[in-house]
Structure formats: C-alpha cells, structure tokens
Design a protein around this ligand. Sequence first.
Ligand code: PLP
Length: 363
Amino acid sequence: MTTSQVPSAPSRAEELARLPAYRSADPAAKGADGVLDLSNNELALPPLPAVVESLGHSGGRVNLYPDPTARTLLNTVARHYDVDPDEVVVGPGSGAVLQQLLLALCGHGDEVLYPWPGFDAYPFLIATAGARGTPVPLTASGEHDLAAFAAAVTSRTRMVILCSPHNPTGRRITRSDLTDLLAAFPPRVVTVLDQAYVEFDEKQEVEDLDHRSAGPRTVLLRTFSKAYGLAGLRAGYAFAAPDVAGPARKTQLPFSVTYAAEHAAGVSLAQPRQLAERMETVRHARTALYEALRAQGLTPLPSYANFVWLPLGADAERFGAAALAAGVRVRAFPGQGVRISVGGDEAHRRVLSAARRFVTTIP
Ligand SMILES: Cc1ncc(COP(=O)(O)O)c(C=O)c1O
C-alpha cells in the first residue's frame, strides 16, 4: 500500500456525524398521554418547599447574568464538605462537569474506559471531547469487572470512569475493590468515580471516601439532580486534586450555571434532615418494589440507587412493551435488562401488573 492509499483519520465532523443524537424528551409532554414515567431515575418526590421558595426569589433576577464561574455554588460545596475550593469543580449538572474533566484532561485519541451498560452520555461526552471510548462490559451479576478494567488499560489510557451505585444495575463497588483497582492503574490515569446516586446507598461505603484518601488521581463526581431532586435546574460538582480541578474549572462554559440553580443547590445543602428523610422514603419504596418483583418470580438485583434492574436479557424489550401497555414507561436496554426507577404507588402498581402478565407469557 502506498502512502496515498493509507486511509486518513476521520475528521471531527465525520466522527460527530457517526454519533447518534442524544435522546430527546419534552418534560411538558410528560404524563399528557396518561403514561407514568419510571424511565429517567428522577426523584419521585416534589421539590422541597424551601427550593420552590428560592425559585420565586431567583425568578425576579432572570434578566441578569449569573456569576460566570458560579463561585457561590463552588464555595458552598467546599464549605459543606470541608474541602478547599481549589479542589472543587462545578457545572450545569454532573454530566457537564464530566465533560469539563474530559476536555481538560484528554487529548485527541486518548482513551477513556467506562463501564457498559452505563450512563448513556458516557460514550457521547467522550467522543465530543475528541477522546476514544472503550466500553468495559459489566459482569453477569451487573457489577464492574475489575479484572477487565485493569486489563483494558493501554499506554493511551488517560481516564477511567467508574460508577457506584451503578446506573443501570444499582450495584456498588466496595471500598476494598476500589482501593485494589486504583492501585492497579498507572499514575497517569485519572479515575472518575461517578457518584450520581451515592446518597441513596444506605451503607455509603464509598461516600465515606474522600478524593484525597482515594489517591491523587481520583475524582468524585456528584450531582444535585438525583437525591436533591434538582434535575431540571442543572447543578453538579466534583472533588479532585487542585492540579486536576483547576484545568477542569477553566473548561466550564462561562455563565452556564444559572443563579436559580446555584441558589437552590445552596438551599438544598442546608436541609440535611429533609434529605435523610427523603432517602429513607426512597429506600423503603425501593425495597417494596424489589420484593414485589421477586414475589412475581422475577430476579431483580439488590439495588443501592433509586432504581431496580431486572436482568431479562432477550426479554427486556418485551417487558418494556408490557409496562407501556400497563401505562408506565420503564427503560429497556435491548438484550440486557430493564431499569425501573423508584416511583409512587400508582406507578409501582402498574409495573407490577405488567410484571404479572409478563411472567405468564415467558415460554
Ligand atoms: C450515572 C450518572 N451520572 C451522571 C448523570 C448526570 O446527571 P446530571 O447531569 O443531571 O447531574 C446521570 C444522569 O442520569 C447518571 O445516571
């Protein structure tokens, strides 16, 4: 083959053209068809009254730009968790903070390992940052395959994303497994531990971990979207060593965190008792859903998040269709399983009625 025949690397435009567009869903249309939604891992409880009140206050200021770098949110998070502001990154959601980290740390062609199935946005964010994603399949029991992660590291690996509790299986990485895994990665690898659902985990073994004790190359990624119920406002944060957090702060889109989001996040952090009560409510509903599914003869995995995973393999889409017919939307991962967010009584009743009908049709 002559040099002229060597295929050239795809351009950025070609790479982006190959990427599927991210799913679109209009929240205003939600429920208009009478279908209840358990497909998005949203908090099934209304916003805290103090948050709604804070929105009234913020509403009168939407003609003004927010702080370009959301310094109030950054300082509030730092104070709340007793870390130095230099060790904090904030952004409009933890997905955005992950994007900031990818843009700051990964050059073109650098590799990023991530668990799969996992949060839909991982491959999307990795590709839009110009990096190369390598999915690492979960084990049959829905957990991170630690040996496979260690084996997948190459000389181009720059970042490893882990997720605990994991979306979509709800399984967690234990503290000792995490410690072993971090020790197996070379020092140039930055590990981002996505803790979007950590507050739902009663044991919070990983929550007790701080990014310093985990090692200088570990980032903890958190959000106000899940336990705090602020998905529609967009606020997320991360803890990292100053030499990782600093560059990631530089890639934050100026003015991207609204004043309303900053303010509501601060109000939420100031309500630890309400958060604890809400987590208790969700865990209670999760256990009830898990046990009711088992009573139908299904085999959900024990979950530490605000959703339950049914490893149905080839039957996943059939379950999804049965749920929709019963008036509730769940998230089917074709060929793998179904993720059901913890919801209210009526939504659970519909899921269980679908499950009853589904099990009678299993050949
Ligand atoms: C594992 C995980 N990480 C991060 C996110 C992003 O959340 P947000 O950008 O709303 O903070 C999600 C959202 O579903 C998620 O499931």
